[in-house]
Structure formats: C-alpha cells, structure tokens
Design a protein around this ligand. Structure first.
Ligand code: ADE
Ligand code: ZN
Length: 335
C-alpha cells in the first residue's frame, strides 16, 4: 500500500485545527458574494499568492481579514460541514475543533449565530459520516484578559455545546498566566483546558500554561526543545503536544520540514500528535501533515501508527470510546 493510503486509513483524531483556518479561498469568495462583502483580492489565485508568510503575525493579519466573510448561521454551518467532510475523507474519526468567538462578536455577530451553525453541522456530519466532534473556544491573547472573562460570560448559555477552552493568537509578549481567571471559570464549569505555547514564544510559556491555566494539552510546543526541564516535565506528565508540521514551515518556525523536531521529541517519549492548524492557509489537511512529516523526517510505519495512537490517547473522550478506536487502529495496523 502506498504511504498516502496507509496514512489515510489509520483511524486518527485531529486535536488542533482552527475552524476559521479551514476557510478555503473558493468559499471565501462565495461567502463574500453572498454577504456583499468587499475582498481586497480579485481572484482565488491572488488570494493563494498572498499566503506567503514571514511569521505568525503576518498570517494572523490575513486570517482575521478572511474571517470577515462569515456572517450568517448558514455560513458557519457550511464552513464546519466542509471541514468535517474533508477530515472524514482523511480518516479522522474524532475532531476537537477550535473557534475564535471574539473575531466574530467584535463584528456584531451574536454567539448564537456561530454556535447554532457549528452544532448543526457537527450533528449532520455525525449522522452522515459517523465522525465525532467537539468544540474548543479559544480566547484571543492579543486582547486584554478582561475581554476573555467577558467572553466566558457570553459563552455560558452555550456551555453544553463546548468541550473546552483554549488560548491562541499573537503569542510573544502575551503570556498564558494573564488569562488565569477566564480559564479558572471555564474549568470550574467542567470544561477542558488547552493552550498554544512555545510556537514562537519561550519554553517557560509551556510551564506557565500548565501551572497557571492547568492546560491538559499544549498546542505546538515546538520551542520546548532547548529546555531540558520542560521536556522532562512533558515526558513525566505525558501532557500531549499537538504539533502542526506544515504550519511551522509556512510560518518560518523551521526553514524546512527536515528541521522539524517532532521525531526527536517522539523518540524522547513526549506524547506528540500531528494536526493541521489552519489547513486552508498552510497547504494541507491532516493526511498532508502526516505525509510531509513522514517524508521529511523519515518516519517509519510504526512511527505513524504510534502518532495515530497518540492522537486518540490525547483526545478528550471516555476510556470506553478510546478503547473502540484503539481496537480499530490495531486491526488496520495488523493488515
Ligand atoms: N490562530 C490560528 N492559528 C494560530 C496559530 N498557529 N497560532 C496562534 N494562533 C492561531
Ligand atoms: Zn493553532
């Protein structure tokens, strides 16, 4: 079996994908037309050419601009359903999906508009394709911590539709501990906690995300490498890293995929997983990320099975549901 087919058929969980980052240029155009919104681009090709990033901020500027075409409940439904269809085609059986409410509420869009659209699509995708999904609400760290707390209170009526909270956007200079209060409220309400850390920022942001936010997973964590204490903590606790290899190359964290440290960290015993982050902007969904890592880092098929296994282990699912997926993975791996 060729490598792509091998990767595709492994049952996998995707744990780090921003729904606004799955907005393909074709849909961006379609929604701009539908909602009578001016785009600063004349064609899909011109949009794709603009995706030449120098760092995280250069991407975020374009990503927030793109999200402005999302207005109605149907827009959020269409976006979510399109992602879940692609994820299902990639062998994703479980998706834990980020969204950025402040990007939408700042434009006057009510929480109920995007929550209803997302939830309706998740229900339809489960019925059509059997894929299971949950929503993780991210606080934007470039905005004041008080905004995060206010956003938490806006989200409270929708708590049954949420799996957890996360922290994203511009990392350097916006440390995790500033957001302790919003995370405390969410945890007290029974939600899971995750946080982006050490994507561009220092390894101490990982320690602080774990200590101050009680983060159960770290998104990215690539810059843990130089800090032996942080790595020892990750190995001891088995706190997962949700890594996104194509994202890190597109945003110039690494010059090329062959420089990525995921294989080193996997071999050291860190609970590494592979994910797509913002696939419409970074050149591929989850299979493309596994494939790039496999080819660039010379991963064996055992490594790929190990990574798929880690993704299920790191998911926020019951042990009984995980056991079913482990059995499916074992059956596929034995073929
Ligand atoms: N929001 C969307 N993608 C992100 C990333 N890679 N890092 C931080 N915030 C983000
Ligand atoms: Zn991310």
């Amino acid at each position: 079996m060729d490598l792509t087919s091998f990767i595709r058929q492994l049952p996998k969980a995707e744990l780090h994908v921003h729904i606004e980052g799955t907005l393909e240029p074709e849909m961006m155009f379609e929604l701009a037309l539908r909602n009578d919104i001016d785009l600063p681009f004349d064609s899909v090709d011109e949009i794709r050419r603009a995706y030449d990033f120098t760092n995280l901020q250069s991407f975020l500027d374009i990503y927030y601009q793109g999200a402005a075409v999302l207005v109605t409940e149907q827009d959020f439904y269409d976006l979510m359903l399109a992602y879940l269809e692609r994820a299902h085609a990639d062998g994703v059986v479980r998706a834990e999906i980020f969204f950025d409410p402040q990007t939408h509420t700042a434009r006057g869009i009510d929480f109920s508009v995007f929550m209803d659209g997302f939830s309706r699509a998740i229900d339809d995708a489960a019925a059509r394709w059997g894929i299971s999904a949950g929503l993780i609400m991210c606080f934007l760290r470039h905005l004041p911590p008080e905004d995060a707390v206010a956003t938490w209170y806006q989200a409270e009526p929708f708590i049954d539709q949420l799996l957890g909270v996360g922290l994203d956007s511009s990392e350097v200079g916006n440390p995790p501990e500033w957001f302790a209060e919003a995370f405390r409220l969410a945890r007290e309400a029974g939600l899971h906690a995750v946080a982006h850390a050490a994507e561009e920022g220092p390894p101490v942001y990982i320690t602080n995300a774990v200590d101050a936010l009680k983060a159960e997973r770290i998104d990215h964590g690539v810059r843990s490498e130089g800090d032996a204490g942080v790595i020892a903590m990750l190995v001891r606790t088995q706190i997962p890293l949700t890594m996104c290899p194509l994202s890190n190359v597109k945003l110039r964290v690494f010059d090329e995929i062959g420089d990525h440290n995921l294989k080193q960290l996997l071999d050291l015993g860190v609970m590494v997983t592979i994910n797509s982050d913002d696939p419409a902007y970074f050149g591929g969904y989850v299979v493309a990320n596994y494939l790039a890592a496999a080819e660039g880092l010379d991963l064996s098929r055992e490594d790929l099975i190990h990574l798929a296994r880690n993704s299920i282990e790191a998911a926020f699912m019951s042990d009984a549901n995980k056991a079913v997926l482990f059995d499916e993975l074992d059956a596929v791996a034995a073929e």
